[in-house]
Design a protein around this ligand. Structure first.
Ligand code: MOS
Length: 746
């Protein structure tokens, strides 16, 4: 059963019901109204003509918001409906509600507005001058500035015998979830507003919706439904769409649906942060001795989670290496571009793209192979990280992971075959490698705890609910697998209850590869509590002490060989009027952070990864064909191997898109690659062979031993590809995406 998933059949047969599939009687359709402005003061908005348009029930503007008009997980700087200013092309000035989608769309051009145009700030460099502010109230365009100050870099560099300086750049990236933003809301008879939407964050969606409507948390119920991809992208924008739909539903007291087109989605939804990175790395006798790293990024019009994304970059800026002297600055600025936020990887793919190439540049300069350089400098058991964290509470398996990747890919033999420096073949071959350490879960970003409920029925069937959201990654199945395994019953007896914010306590956001790790932790606690209840009742039947009972093969057993089936045991609980019902919670081990010098135990544990890429480049077309990817990850413990592979394949493919294809173009603040026709992502028939390997060192900090895989799988693909391209061509690719026109033979 390891590869079974509870929603598999529904999804492959197309029967799964997503937000846009939900319909209610007398349901209205809602559409957003954008302007063509990028930076402008709003002088007036005229909705008169639109309200008279056929089928239109209401045109909602900011004036109709009864509660808090501004939204934000960190800074409340985003207006759910723009009122005074346009800060990027995705700002919405009105919502049109009509009887049909067509009638709603027809009314959009009838909304007219007057603006005072302002100069647009289109780059973080320009923003840093603070000549014109995107948000006057903050007094500066600087969103955040994270620092790492470790050791003494002045002295460190003066002691170095080799110093390498390099500049790397990455682009905006679209998440490209197949299902665009969508929500359906209705006001229930009891006044509670039900929200069905495509989002990663039922609890934050509830919080924002309640704030917008001026209601209590208990008056909003966000109900989980299948979601067609998120990847970090169904965070702010998805919650915003849900909150707007709830507002529309509340204003008209009718069910309302709002489903985005691809163009609206790309225009409005936040992207991956584009990074500009200056690196200076000093070596002393073959050891990385000093690192100076200066990064700026375009935060776009709103803060979103830029401070958290860029924080992870500080922790991972030096790669998985021991570096005694570090001086890092990471700054995010407001501009009038599309805003940037959470995206699978969360600030690490960018820095990995730089540092994992730089170590190879250094190795070449030293005339040693890059594996030796990595091994001489990598984090090992009890090593201290860039942020001064001693890695002593889990197994640091970087070398194990790296060795496995080298072995499985036959790297050492293949590196000798690489084309750079060899004859004149029309096809060039290269192999490249990259590795990382990645902090698990939220780290010092926020409160990290979650919950689980097991409700066993008296016939032995089981209802399970965990406050982690099914983002499509298979978290429901992973939770079922853990429970089935721990209580020794087949997974078929367990039904996952779709979570609802009114049923289970707030379990935080389902992000940061924390689903299995945190949800599994809470579930293990619930299992422990459940067993206490069951054991106390059943011990006398089995003639043993409660703590001696074991669970396997659908039986409860005592050490002296007494057995009782799971069903019979539940029958006995019924006779005793005892509920086999348990709640469990898990709080992540404490983390610490000093923002002044960027030090602390940033994350309570780390995932270790190494990936190898093989490429073939056609000299004439310069097209890079990725042949094979070897992905090795230490994820603690595998809960479901099929789902794990799925995460690796998905992460690798999404990473490949960022590396080689996805080229977001923004001109004067307008995204011109506004659909999947001109924003090209990888297609199934273009994919390489992907070989995934799991290393298990159960993590002592998590009750299930599992860590996470969603993001590690993506975060080192682009440097592995870049290193492979270099070994094929001799050209260092310092900019993402790595496009054919930039690839040439040196
Ligand atoms: Mo994420 S990018 O932490 O959903």
């Amino acid at each position: 059963m390891m590869n079974w998933r509870n929603d598999g059949v529904a999804k492959v047969t197309g029967k799964a019901k997503y937000a846009d599939d939900i319909k209610f009687f007398d349901m209205l359709h809602c559409v957003p109204v954008y302007t063509n402005e990028v930076h402008a003061e709003i002088l007036s908005i005229d909705i008169g003509q639109a309200e008279k348009s056929k089928g239109v029930v209401k045109v909602i503007t900011a004036k109709d918001i009864p509660g808090v008009k501004k939204f934000g997980q960190i800074r409340k700087d985003y207006s759910l409906i723009a009122e005074d200013k346009i800060r990027y092309e995705g700002d919405v000035i009105a919502l049109i509600l009509a009887d049909t989608l067509e009638n709603a769309l027809n009314a959009v051009p009838k909304v007219s507005a007057k603006f005072k145009k302002l100069k647009a700030i289109l780059s973080p460099e320009e923003a840093s001058k603070d000549e014109l502010l995107v948000h006057d109230v903050y007094g500066s365009n600087l969103i955040n500035h994270h620092k790492v100050r470790k050791g003494d870099t002045d002295r460190g560099f003066s002691e170095c015998d080799l110093i390498v300086e390099d500049y790397y750049e990455t682009n905006f990236v679209e998440h490209g979830y197949l299902e665009p933003e969508s929500a359906v809301c209705q006001v229930r008879d009891d006044g509670v507003i039900e929200v069905y939407g495509s989002m990663q964050h039922p609890f934050s969606t509830r919080r924002f919706t309640a704030a917008l409507l001026g209601k209590k948390l208990s008056e909003i119920e966000v109900i989980t439904i299948p979601m067609g991809g998120g990847f970090g992208g169904k965070d702010d924008t998805a919650a915003i769409v849900c909150a707007r739909t709830a507002l529309a539903s509340w204003v008209c007291n009718k069910p309302v649906k709002m489903t985005y087109t691809r163009e609206w989605s790309i225009k409005e939804s936040y992207k991956r942060h584009p990074y500009k990175m200056n690196y200076r790395v000093g070596l002393k006798q073959g050891k990385i001795h000093a690192l100076q790293c200066s990064i700026i990024t375009d935060g776009g019009a709103y803060t979103s989670v830029s401070p958290w994304v860029t924080w992870r970059s500080t922790v991972q800026c030096g790669g998985p290496y021991i570096i005694p002297n570090v001086f890092t600055d990471v700054k995010a600025y407001y501009t009038n571009n599309v805003y940037t936020g959470a995206f699978r990887g969360f600030g690490s793919p960018q820095v990995n793209f730089a540092i994992e190439q730089i170590v190879e540049v250094i190795a070449d300069k030293l005339g040693i192979d890059a594996i030796t350089l990595r091994k001489n400098n990598m984090l090992r058991q009890d090593s201290v990280t860039v942020s001064q964290q001693k890695l002593d509470n889990h197994i640091v398996s970087l070398e194990q992971v790296l060795d496995r990747a080298i072995k499985e890919s036959d790297y050492c033999k293949k590196i000798a075959k690489c084309s750079f420096g060899k004859g004149d073949d029309s096809k060039l071959y290269g192999i490249g490698l990259a590795m990382s350490y990645r902090g698990c879960s939220l780290g010092a970003e926020g409160k990290d705890f979650t919950s689980a409920i097991i409700n066993v029925q008296f016939d032995g069937s089981i209802l399970l609910e965990v406050a982690i959201h099914e983002n499509g990654q298979g978290s429901e199945t992973a939770m079922i697998n853990i429970l089935a395994n721990e209580i020794g019953v087949p997974a078929s007896k367990i039904r996952y209850r779709r979570s609802s914010t009114s049923q289970i306590p707030d379990g935080g956001t389902t992000v940061a590869s924390r689903g299995t790790l945190m949800g599994g932790g809470a579930l293990m606690d619930a299992i422990k509590n459940l067993k206490v209840i069951i054991n106390n009742t059943i011990a006398s039947e089995l003639k043993c002490k409660p703590e001696e009972i074991t669970y396997s093969d659908n039986n409860l057993s005592s050490p002296n060989g007494e057995n009782i089936s799971w069903e019979d045991a539940m029958g006995i609980l019924y006779q005793n009027c005892t509920y086999p019902y348990a709640f469990g919670s898990f709080e992540a081990p404490k983390v610490t952070w000093n923002e002044e010098n960027g030090s602390g135990n940033a994350y309570f544990t780390y995932v270790y990864s190494a990936q190898v890429a093989e490429v073939e480049i056609d000299i004439k077309s310069r097209k890079v064909k990725v042949l094979d990817i070897f992905a090795v990850h230490d994820i603690g413990k595998a809960i479901n191997e099929g789902l794990l592979s799925g995460q690796v394949y998905g992460g690798v493919v999404q990473g490949l898109g960022m590396a080689l294809k996805e080229n977001m173009i923004i001109k004067d603040g307008h995204i011109t690659t506004n659909n999947f026709h001109n924003y090209r992502m990888y297609r199934a028939n273009e994919l390489p062979r992907i070989h995934d390997f799991i290393i298990e060192n159960p993590d002592p900090n998590t009750p299930s031993g599992a860590k996470g895989i969603g993001e590690p799988a993506l975060e080192i693909i682009s440097p592995a590809i870049a290193n492979a391209i270099y070994r094929a061509t001799g050209k260092r690719m310092k900019k993402l995406p790595m496009l054919a026109e930039d690839i040439c033979k040196q």
